[in-house]
Design a protein around this ligand. Structure first.
Ligand SMILES: [Zn+2]
Ligand SMILES: [Zn+2]
Length: 139
């Protein structure tokens, strides 16, 4: 049995582990997200790369857990990526500022090919809006 398999088996026996881990480390996840998304790209590349190099395992673990907690998002991104590669989906300019350097934003992860094209800045702004909305609902 490989390490990945034994990890998987262990997690199946402890289904709440990831959720608990996430709850306990919420701040760290947030910090990780902030570092990733809110820095200017150049600064992110330099400092972020150094930080990532020094904390490789931690980052890998965080990414893995995020992916396990968000399988629908991972799947949507993969589907979109394939569609872009084979040309069935074509990137458009940013909805707000006509920037051509865009990322696909999913309104509904169940419709992986239905995306809004946004530049990095407007994509971040959109996610902040969504976070606020979700938080507003919970509180
Ligand atoms: Zn834009
Ligand atoms: Zn998005």
């Amino acid at each position: 049995m490989t390490k990945a398999e034994s990890d998987k088996r262990w997690r199946e026996k402890n289904p709440d582990y990831l959720k608990n881990y996430y709850q306990k480390n919420k701040e760290k996840f947030r910090e990780y997200g902030r570092k990733r998304y809110e820095k200017m790209p150049e600064e992110y590349n330099e400092k972020g790369k150094k930080y990532r190099d020094e904390n490789k395992d931690k980052y890998r673990e965080m990414t893995r857990i995020w992916r396990e907690l968000n399988p629908h998002k991972v799947k949507a991104h993969n589907t979109l990526h394939v569609a872009l590669e084979n040309g069935s989906v074509v990137k458009e300019i940013c909805l707000f500022c006509n920037n051509v350097d865009v990322e696909g934003h999913h309104e509904d992860y169940n419709k992986p090919l239905e995306v809004i094209w946004l530049c990095r800045k407007h994509h971040q702004a959109e996610h902040r809006k969504i976070h606020k909305r979700i938080r507003g609902r919970n509180e």
